[in-house]
Design a protein around this ligand. Structure first.
Ligand code: GDP
Length: 314
């Protein structure tokens, strides 16, 4: 008898933000062939700073899957040094968005390639090849989409809200400049149409997943295939694991729970994976016509990550 394969063979596509998505993609890579995973990645956080094009979600995923991520900061590269930023700060330059010395090389490389006529998709592929990342990373679009916040101190770009104000100010509305005119990047729509399962990572629904859904064509595919769509709740016991998802959901009038997440994704998903801590909310999610899988969803150890990966594929 042939030995049982340790990894299932199935092609899946994962709608991805940054950290939560990077962890889930790592978890899935433990239970299936990484080369059969495609991530469609948010670009609403992208920015141009010091003349450099920076793609935080793409880079977080690439660094994490390459095993190069800085766990302590949860962004950037491990073993990083900060000589350029320190020197820039000394000059009185714009140093609020910290870019490590080695991380800067990524942004220099991307910016040079874009100037030569390459696309963000090309650069994502080249960086993955360089670091041996087998998961296929596709920026959702090569056009500009900018997530913007109406706040108590005025209209802010993503990084002004997130980094400069440390997401500590009140938000009254979120919008996605450029999204309606954006064209999905090559292979994105095809990946979503032809994969056996679509997964929505435990990323922030409002600012990581929504800018992906806003790119024309994407929401319609999920509506069409909602029975094949599985989301993992980023909200556990009424709180986000990290970042402002809980605060933003509350400020914008959503229920801060996995039921709120189910409601937000209504019509788009067939199954929601929720945490054991929320087991008593399973019925409320099912009442919305959504299947529920209850498991440990915090990917704090390789065992938990593997279990979540298996749950998503089951
Ligand atoms: P960002 O762009 O780096 O902020 O990344 P994401 O939007 O992908 O990640 C932020 C979201 O991921 C937050 O809402 C967290 O609650 C969620 N998250 C992070 N790690 C985990 C985890 O291990 N399990 C679950 N369920 N959610 C997580």
């Amino acid at each position: 008898m042939l030995p049982k394969p340790s990894k299932v063979s199935r092609v899946i596509t994962v709608l991805s933000g940054g950290v939560g998505a990077a962890r889930l993609l790592g978890a899935l890579s433990m239970v299936m062939e990484p080369s059969e995973i495609t991530a469609v990645v948010n670009v609403g956080d992208d920015l141009v700073l010091h003349g450099l094009t920076i793609c935080p979600d793409l880079d977080t995923i690439t660094y994490t899957l390459a095993g190069l991520n800085n766990d302590k900061l949860s962004w950037g590269l491990r073993g990083e040094s900060w000589r350029v930023m320190d020197a820039l700060e000394d000059l009185g330059g714009e140093a609020w968005f910290r870019l490590g010395d080695r991380d800067l090389a990524t942004h220099l490389y991307r910016t040079q390639r874009l100037a030569e006529g390459a696309t963000k998709s090309d650069v994502a592929r080249e960086l993955c090849e360089h670091w041996g990342v087998a998961v296929r990373l596709l920026p959702v679009t090569n056009d500009e989409v900018a997530t913007m916040f109406d706040t108590e101190v005025g209209r802010l770009s993503f990084q002004e809200y997130f980094v400069r104000h440390r997401h500590g100010i009140e938000v009254s509305a979120i919008s996605f400049d450029g999204a309606e005119r954006a064209v999905a990047a090559p292979e994105v729509l095809d990946a979503l149409r032809t994969c056996s399962r679509i997964v929505i990572a435990p990323s922030n629904p409002l600012i990581s997943i929504e800018p992906i859904l806003q790119v024309p064509g994407i929401r319609a595919i999920l509506e069409d295939r909602h029975a094949d769509v599985v989301a993992v709740s980023p909200i556990i016991a009424g709180a986000a694991v990290k970042g402002p998802a809980d605060r933003l959901l509350a400020e914008l009038g959503h229920d801060v729970s996995c039921v709120g997440v189910a409601h937000y994704y209504r019509g788009l998903i067939g199954t929601l994976v929720i945490d054991q801590a929320d087991a008593e909310l399973a019925t409320a999610v099912r009442e919305r016509g959504i299947n529920v899988h209850v498991t440990t969803t915090i990917m704090s150890s390789p065992e938990n990550a593997r279990r979540l990966g298996e749950a998503v594929l089951s």
